[in-house]
Design a protein around this ligand. Sequence first.
Ligand SMILES: [Zn+2]
Length: 484
Amino acid sequence: MTDDKRVMKEITPRGEDYSQWYLDVVLKADLADYGPVKGCMVIKPYGYAIWEHMQADMDRRIKETGHVNAYFPLFIPKSFLEKEREHVEGFSPECAWVTIGGGEELPEPLAIRPTSEAMICSMYAKWVNSWRDLPILINQWCNIVRWEKVTRPFLRTTEFLWQEGHTLHETAEEAEAETLKMLQVYKSFCEELIAMPVVAGRKSDSEKFAGAQRTYAIEALMGDGKALQAGTSHNLGQNFAKAYGIEFLGRNQERLLPWSTSWGSTTRLVGGLIMTHGDDSGLILPPRVAPYQVVIVPIPPRKGDVNEVVLPKCREVLAALRAADVRAHLDDRDTQLPGWKYSDWEMRGVPLRMEIGPKDIEKDQCVLVRRDTREKVFTPLAGAGARIRELLDGIQDGLLERARKHMADNTTHVKSWDEFKQVMADKRGFIVAGWCREADCEAKIKEETKATTRVIPIDREPIAGACIRCGKPSPGEVLFAQAY
Ligand SMILES: [Zn+2]
């Protein structure tokens, strides 16, 4: 028992200091560690396994919607980045530059990619000649560097991993349809895989991607009432085609500019997952991304050796679970007591714990404990695989349900500017309110409440009214929140 308490104490309660709680979970659950360069994290095997499950599922969705993967270079010549004016203005403050190579000053500085529009569009200019070459639907998985001042593991890091899709289309309508299709892919991914509900919508001009015509995003609500942008999809119009000289011969033999899109999702999603589901005991992992869905903890006999009956039985169960396609792990460390192992795996968010002791073996049963509800279930060892798959589905659904309820409980439709300020000061969360669409007014709202416009939701009918702050006409309600 004393061991249990020691482990529990190591995580700061969320109510005391949410941001410290987050760091405790990341470090104590062994997801990541700080690297020697500020803002660059090491993703440890347990954290990386979560990312791999996310990556595999996202990759499948990207391919199912007709895209193919490719890889483009890490270094972008300065002159390439400068071709699109808004784009370079938006990104140069965060660029890292290489100026020396092989001991010699380079003739032209090279940016370490902060995003790959400049690189990929330059190549598309070489590849596209006719309308028959369109559409181009390419995705790349890679690392990105953006020099951040304030960093936090997974949520905002100087180097991060992501996928970036870059597409070219013959018509404006096709490009807009693509932008919205990928936004929907991100939304389904978040809800179906990581059980994180999101609101999809369009960004205001001040929040859109540098060089884009329109930016769409999905926004999730974290445990502390702050929003997290969890994926973005940009309609780039013809801006990049023009800047990078991409042209094609149209069906009527005229030279035309194609329409382009880009869209990305990053390792930030791991941070979103932690803050959507975690509790004061640590991480809670949705079964679909959990590196281990079940951990078996052997209970040694009071007299005699654990190796005689208990461990062999545990190994047999482990093999049966793996054969039933359950990601199972046997914690056979002989240096720790079962109680210590319970809290350890609880902290690491394993969806189900299976306890097997001598008495259980006599009755041919085991004890299953759910991480999300802590409910205990006695289950016959025969057919445990099927029962566990059922429980895992229940946990996955339950987590999404719980997160949806949290979002609904923390979304407030406010009627006055005073109420807006009150809600943002007390409980935060999402605020739904009218906005005049003027950047000045948006900036003042941010100044006074730290809340920004997150998205103009696209999956509901716009309700016209008045701007919550200045009273001018608002064409439709907007989602506000303080954001990560
Ligand atoms: Zn206003």
